[in-house]
Design a protein around this ligand. Structure first.
Ligand code: SF4
Ligand code: SF4
Length: 223
């Protein structure tokens, strides 16, 4: 059995596995910390979304909880003016190029962006930055799954799932900076790749970018 340590998060004393990442210890104990790119099996964590900041007593600056191993006696605060500022800025940046159309999105009401906005009282529509939604192309080439790149938040979880869970590796990041996108190798339609339509990308996507096609009866197409 793994060694347990005692930590304190937001005044609550909790038991956690020594060395496990703080983010998962908090979530398991129903303490919410925003996150998009993190997934328990993705090691090392990407720490690219910059949403999971917390303060740890004794540390000069906020740290990302997805990369921080727990140690005995650690005292953590998930909210502080510095943390809230960092999270609000990262969220605003993510939403500034997001094609926001919740009412028509298959992930409406289950979306991680909506959850972050709700939990942290943030606006989905950027208020400080000019919104420049990426009207990314929609890849409709597969029978059961589609990909709408305008909704993609570039968390990278689908790339990991396609490679590590499906063992296919049909997708990856291409281009840099503002133009960065999830694409297939050579930008081919998904139907022209080794994609098996296993659905791992849909299951792991925190937003409505990879989605199942819905049939006329409003039900998910069977795979
Ligand atoms: S991905 Fe989330 S925030 Fe974006 S349109 Fe869909 S439901 Fe709305
Ligand atoms: S398609 Fe979904 S899982 Fe993949 S990078 Fe975009 S938001 Fe993340």
């Amino acid at each position: 059995m793994s060694e347990q340590v005692t930590i304190t998060i937001d005044g609550r004393e909790l038991s956690a596995r020594r060395g496990e990442k703080l983010l998962w210890a908090a979530l398991r104990n129903e303490i919410y910390i925003p996150h998009l790119c993190a997934w328990p099996e993705i090691e090392p964590p990407e720490a690219s979304c910059r949403l999971c900041y917390v303060e740890i007593e004794g540390r000069e600056r906020p740290v990302t909880s997805c990369t921080e191993p727990v140690i005995e006696g650690m005292v953590v605060h998930t909210r502080s003016p510095r943390v809230d500022r960092l999270v609000a800025s990262a969220f605003e940046l993510i939403m500034s190029d997001h094609h926001l159309n919740c009412a028509k999105c298959p992930q409406h009401k289950r979306c991680e962006l909506q959850k972050i906005a709700r939990e942290r009282r943030l606006r989905l529509r950027p208020s400080r930055l000019t919104a420049l939604p990426r009207r990314g192309e929609r890849d409709d080439s597969l029978k059961t799954i589609y990909f709408d790149s305008g909704r993609c938040v570039l968390c990278g979880r689908c790339i990991w799932a396609c490679r590590e869970l499906a063992r296919v590796g049909a997708i990856g990041f291409s281009r840099r900076g503002y133009k960065q996108a999830v694409t297939t190798f050579g930008d081919l339609p998904l139907a022209e790749t080794a994609c098996t339509e296993c659905g791992e990308c849909v299951e792991i996507c925190p937003v409505g970018a990879f989605s199942y096609k819905i049939n006329a009866g409003g039900e998910r197409e069977s795979l």
